[in-house]
Design a protein around this ligand. Structure first.
Ligand code: KG4
Ligand code: ZN
Length: 455
């Protein structure tokens, strides 16, 4: 029990803490770092309230830079190469980023400042946002150690961000930036709850987000991720001369350009109108068809590895028969691979939506994020599928491509949302290789790991 002035002091401190976490700040500035995989990324994000209208918050991305490891490995990302790339590039990216911090002369007189090498006064970030997990530990460690060093020197907190939470929150960053440019642009969206289909080279996940840290994983990949599988298929299908001319080994993205010369050609692909059509596929003119994974059941899970093995078998058989594939058939194969992968993604999403609808939950928006969300055919496919299966009112949200793939802007935004909700991370924290997002799961999700500090 505290007495007298000590009691009041404690009460005052706790009230001040509560007020500081609840009252919106006039401005917030974060420097963000992402290094979980093969992209080394740095961003600077600011939020400020205009004095004329305190309700009007301007969110501005002052810098968003990345360097991707060369990935000379045959099967895609080489962990050692990615690590070396972070070590070689992170500090240089940061050095080049600091001049993009806002000029301290434009800030209020009491704003904290730092000085660059050339003497230029800059506003000091309020905190550093850094990816803490999930991902490759050594790679995460480069970003985390750098963030701790900077934060110690600048005497500011860090927020250790969950990489997948950041992907899921990206559309909220996009709408906040749009609203910053034009206050008439509606509210911050999508509002909770919403669904996210995270589709990247390392993840395939359908997520039900009910709040900032309240997420439920509805379905996840049991084997390969969709992006990885499409990259494998691209390697097998793309004509050799095309494969040799691509700047990287993410063949999935070149597969889509090869399959459809023009988005108008998407119309020629039959999006199944019913479950029955999904299950009973006719043979095509070349005498083959691809089987959609898990077509016979309604399990909520993703499995993609069967797609590349079907292609491998087919191509090997053709080589044996000495019957090379002509362009027309190869293009149909490329279309079928994407059609099959997207049908699987779409069918599990529809099953999840139907289950939620049966429980009385109507979800207004489906966010599609991660590298594969850059695929135009996926965008077309999902819209057609939702319309055909009585979800025509559901809004499909695709963040811009540069924010769909790994980037630090999304880490900065997730950091801001967490910071404003009162969370920072202890400097003694370590990278988290495996970190589930499911708040109902045994690990407790985003808040389930140690190291969070709350004010
Ligand atoms: O999110 P991301 O940049 O990195 C992680 O995996 O975390 O996703 C990379 C994946 C690769 O598999 C790449 O082939 C795929 O995204 N991708 C695309 C497209 N752009 C990137 N897949 C299909 N179409 C695209 N336009
Ligand atoms: Zn990612």
């Amino acid at each position: 029990m505290l007495h007298g002035s000590r009691h009041w002091e404690a009460l005052y401190t706790s009230c001040r803490r509560a007020a500081s976490s609840l009252a919106p700040r006039r401005s917030l500035l974060t420097l963000a770092i992402e290094s979980s995989c093969d992209d080394t990324c740095v961003a600077i994000l600011s939020k400020c309230r205009t004095s004329s209208d305190p309700q009007h918050v301007k969110t501005r991305l002052l810098l968003n830079e990345k360097v991707t490891a060369k990935n000379t490995g045959k099967g895609g990302i080489l962990p050692t190469e990615a690590l070396e790339s972070h070590q070689a590039n992170l500090s240089k990216l940061l050095e080049n980023a600091l001049p993009s911090l806002p000029d301290a002369n434009d800030a209020l007189p009491h704003a904290k400042r730092i000085w660059l090498r050339d003497g230029a006064p800059k506003q000091k970030p309020d905190f550093i946002s850094v990816t803490r997990g999930p991902g490759m530990s050594a790679n995460l460690g480069v970003g985390l150690a750098t963030a701790k060093g900077l934060a110690t020197a600048w005497q500011i907190p860090i927020v250790g961000v969950h990489h997948m939470q950041a992907h899921a929150l990206t559309p909220r960053l996009v709408s906040a930036m749009a609203k910053g440019r034009d206050p008439e642009k509606g509210s911050l969206g999508p509002m909770f709850p919403f669904l996210t289909l995270l589709v990247s080279g390392g993840h395939t996940m359908l997520l039900y987000s009910k709040g900032l840290v309240d997420h439920k994983i509805l379905a996840t990949a049991t084997d390969t991720a969709v992006g990885d599988e499409l990259d494998k298929c691209g390697r097998l299908i793309l004509p050799q001369e095309l494969r040799q001319s691509t700047p990287d080994t993410a063949f999935g993205k070149y597969l889509s350009r090869y399959a459809f010369k023009d988005p108008e050609e998407f119309e020629s692909w039959d999006v199944p109108q019913t479950r029955i059509e999904e299950i009973n596929k006719p043979m095509n003119e070349f005498g083959w068809r691809l089987t959609t994974p898990m077509a016979q059941n309604r399990d909520l899970a993703f499995s993609f590895s069967g797609i590349a093995s079907q292609i491998k078998r087919m191509i090997l058989a053709r080589e044996k028969e000495n019957r090379p594939m002509e362009d027309r058939e190869r293009i149909l194969l490329a279309r079928s691979v994407m059609g099959t992968a997207f049908e699987h993604l779409g069918s599990r999403t529809i099953i999840a939506l139907e289950k939620l609808r049966a429980e009385g939950v109507e979800i207004p928006a489906l966010v599609v994020s991660g590298g594969v969300a850059a695929n135009d055919f996926l965008r077309y496919y999902l819209r057609r599928l939702l319309d055909a299966r009585s979800f025509e009112r559901m809004r499909l949200v695709f963040p811009p491509i540069e924010l769909c793939t790994d980037n630090a802007a999304m880490i900065g935004w997730a950091g801001m949302e967490m910071f404003e909700a009162g969370y920072t991370t202890d400097f003694g924290c370590a990278p988290v290789k495996k970190w589930t997002m499911d708040s109902q799961g045994p690990d407790g999700g985003i808040l389930g790991i140690g190291g969070w500090l709350t004010n």
